[in-house]
Ligand binder design. Structure first.
Ligand code: AMP
Ligand code: MG
Length: 331
């Protein structure tokens, strides 16, 4: 049963949920928006050559324009049409398809509406067969931020996208390509290669020691944590937050738990913790009694290292004070 059908098989209004990559590519070519599955989270994609479609990404998400979007392409050859890949970028490209976004100098082929006016561009090759087929058919690039409304956590299933954008997308032009649940579950690692040494703007699916190992033979460089003003949503103190308050509790502090709190504990398995993180947080929002002002979702984070670091990073931001409601322009 497609998500557009009720239990008795009747068609429900709303954006179509499709499984066919050729249809998705055709919709994108015609200026539509398509929510695409990737290994990290679902993205809301538009063909970058269609500036009206790119503008609709911002309005559908409620995300202020001028915030740069990540380009998704089918392979490294296509990436070279949009970004200048130096020796370091070429070395890291061996991780594609995969959860690594590189920020490099943009070529003339990139409309500056996609980069927020910058001459640098964020690019990656996602690892999902359906989406790779869409991208090869398109033979170009899509811009795709996470397919959620501003202020909500990222979507990792087609149903999450329906929940956030089902009523906002245009049923006649847009679609959701259902590729099943995302396997990694947290956003890509973002590496800025336009600075020296390269900086990690957001920890994600690729662990930083692996990046170091690939970069070291090229020019001896190793990745450092980001410095300077926030350039990625991942650098903001608060982000990725559900509606309910979130408290992080380390294992040794478990006894302070509110007995009524909803506890999420996947600490022993960072891969599962990442894969289910956003679904856990979304379910927390819907399963807690709305009348209770406090608390709260209590989460025991996995240890640092590998995906554990990415999960801890997202959880810290989910638990951070919510001044983002007014100051964080991302989603
Ligand atoms: P998301 O918010 O998940 O769409 O992640 C994309 C992030 O990558 C954004 O927060 C941007 O700030 C960052 N980003 C994308 N393009 C660039 C760029 N050209 N230069 C610096 N950061 C970028
Ligand atoms: Mg996002």
């Amino acid at each position: 049963m497609s998500s557009n059908q009720s239990a008795d098989g009747a068609e429900l209004p709303g954006v179509p949920v499709i499984q066919d990559p050729a249809t998705a590519a055709a919709l994108l070519s015609a200026g539509g928006l398509v929510a695409i599955p990737t290994e990290t989270v679902y993205g809301l994609a538009a063909d970058i050559t269609d500036l009206a479609a790119v503008a609709r990404i911002f309005s559908a998400k409620g995300r202020p324009t001028g915030h740069p979007l990540i380009l998704h392409v089918a392979d490294v050859e296509t990436a070279r049409r949009f970004g200048v890949l130096d020796a370091r970028a070429e070395a890291l490209a061996m991780l594609w398809p995969g959860p690594l976004t590189m920020i490099v100098s943009a070529t003339e082929a990139v409309p500056r509406e996609v980069t927020g006016g910058r001459d640098t561009v964020a690019i990656r090759v996602p690892e999902h067969q359906l989406t790779l087929q869409v991208l090869s058919t398109l033979d170009g690039a899509v811009a795709a931020p996470s397919a959620n409304r501003f202020g909500r956590v990222s979507p990792t299933t087609a149903q999450h996208v329906i929940d956030d954008l089902g009523d906002i997308l245009d049923p006649d032009r847009d679609a959701i390509l259902d590729g099943g649940p995302c396997l990694v579950g947290v956003e890509s690692t973002i590496v800025d290669l336009t600075c020296d040494p390269p900086q990690i703007l957001r920890p994600g699916g690729v662990p930083s020691p692996l990046l170091d190992r690939l970069l070291e033979p090229v020019d001896g460089s190793s990745i450092v944590a980001a410095t300077g003003p926030a350039r990625a949503s991942g650098m903001l103190p608060s982000h990725y937050a559900p509606e309910r308050g979130v408290v992080l509790v380390e294992r040794e502090d478990r006894e302070i738990l509110d007995p009524e709190a909803l506890v999420i504990d996947r600490a022993d398995d960072p891969v599962e913790a990442a894969r289910h993180l956003y679904d856990d947080l979304r379910r927390a929002d819907t399963s807690i009694d709305r009348d209770r002002s406090e608390p709260i979702v209590v989460v025991q984070p996995p240890n640092d290292g590998g995906l554990g670091s990415a999960v801890r990073d997202r959880l810290k931001k989910a638990a951070a004070p919510r001044e983002r409601q007014t100051t964080n322009p991302t989603g």
